[in-house]
Design a protein around this ligand. Structure first.
Ligand SMILES: *Cc1c(COP(=O)(O)O)cnc(C)c1O
Length: 399
């Protein structure tokens, strides 16, 4: 037998973390890494944050899981807090981002397949290089063929158009169109923030044609943009929104949020999840909101994001054969490279103890915990600078 006990779907690197300490990960042999990946935008309070850890410990000792057959005081509390803080009137809790997007897709379809709807409207327009997860529906919602390979047939009901191209989006709308599914800031696709005009234009198309505007904020949501959700940055409200990643700060929590109107098709028995919205997950979600859902914290994220961006902008001219520009919002930043980003991310990790994430379009994604301080920014810049120097030398030696 040659297959590994862990199904070999991830090309795992040599970092083998066994412990976390704030903004650092510690490997099996005591190696320390500055963690600007945060489990891919998950650990927004860093590792073992006392408030989050305590909430999970106490809830685990009190009540871990009950069926969704029973009333859920814990779920009602977190749902109410999300409703109070967002465009939404109602929330369905899931265990992952893909499930939150699945629920969003079902909610958008059910809106049109409701008695008052137009059941012909079944197609969601989605955008090139989007990432919505790895379930059948969510890979079908993305045009990225590398995720489709081996998994045919895909699900019907998705039409792909160019991201941030309002004309193309408008031209793709027809009598069969249920709405748009879009990441306001593409994550895996390379930290590409949509323009305000684009999102405003999609909003208007939806209003004019009775379609659903669905935002996938699984990566950009939960304070990462310096707003609780990135749609606030744009001043454009969706009808339905998927959230996850940061929502549990490391504990699996996802959510599909919707307005009352958008959720009209989601009645008793229409959807469900055994684990979704369990007490332990709700305790984690509440603990995260306790910390991040206030203007002082959000302003801090915007401010830290500006300082990190400024520091990166200062660094770029010193390494202008490698680095092109920095883009993003809040602490969801992308360093666009002039060379392939993936091997450079590996170099930073293996030789400089800095964890970042490669993304599409040759971007180095910097997704630090939202609690970083100036010392972490300085350390990141030092490591990037040293990393760029040694990487450049390595490239030249190879020539
Ligand atoms: C990560 C991600 C998902 C999928 O989340 P999982 O928890 O891995 O299922 C969906 N959409 C976006 C934008 C993401 O970044």
């Amino acid at each position: 037998m040659t297959i590994t006990p862990l199904m070999p779907v991830y090309p795992r690197c040599d970092v083998r973390p066994v412990k976390g300490e704030g903004c650092y990960l510690i490997g099996e042999n005591g190696e320390r890494y500055l963690d600007f990946a945060s489990g891919i935008a998950v650990n927004l309070l860093g590792h073992n944050h006392p408030h989050l850890t305590k909430a999970i410990q106490e809830q685990a000792a009190t009540l871990m899981h009950v069926s969704n057959m029973y009333g859920s005081p814990q779920g009602e509390r977190l749902a109410q807090r999300l409703v109070d803080s967002t465009f939404a009137d109602t929330v369905f809790f899931t265990n992952s981002g893909a499930e939150a997007v699945e629920c969003a897709i079902k909610t958008a379809r059910a809106y049109h397949q409701h008695d008052d709807g137009d059941a012909k409207k079944r197609v969601l327009i989605t955008f090139k290089n989007a990432f919505h997860g790895r379930t059948m529906a969510t890979i079908s919602a993305s045009n990225q063929e590398k995720m489709h390979h081996g998994f045919q047939p895909l699900l019907e009901g998705f039409r792909y158009v160019e991201f941030d191209d309002l004309e193309a989006a408008a031209a793709a709308v027809g009598p069969d169109t249920a709405g748009f599914l879009v990441e306001p800031i593409q994550g895996e696709g390379g930290i590409r923030p949509a323009s305000s005009e684009f999102l405003q234009g999609l909003r208007k198309l939806c209003d004019d044609n009775d379609m659903m505007l669905v935002f996938d904020e699984v990566q950009c949501g939960v304070a990462r943009s310096g707003h609780l959700y990135a749609y606030e940055h744009y001043g454009v409200e969706p009808d339905i929104m998927a959230s996850a990643k940061g929502l549990g700060g490391g504990f699996p929590v996802g959510a599909c949020l919707a307005t009352e109107k958008a959720a009209r098709g989601m009645g008793f028995g229409s959807h469900g999840s055994t684990y979704g919205g369990g007490p332990l997950a709700m305790a984690a979600g509440e603990a995260v909101l306790d910390v991040v859902n206030n203007e002082e914290f959000l302003e801090g994220v915007r401010n830290t994001g500006e300082r990190l961006t400024a520091a990166l902008n200062q660094l770029i001219p010193n390494h202008d054969t490698l680095f092109d520009h920095v883009r993003g919002v809040g602490l969801m930043l992308g360093l666009k490279m002039k060379v392939e980003s993936r091997p450079f991310v590996a170099h930073l990790r293996d030789h400089h103890g800095l964890l970042a994430v490669a993304a599409g379009d040759n971007v180095v994604r910097l997704l630090p915990p939202l609690i970083i301080e100036q010392s972490h920014i300085d350390e990141c810049i030092e490591k990037l600078s040293a990393g760029a120097r040694s990487y450049q030398a390595q490239l030249e030696a190879a020539e």
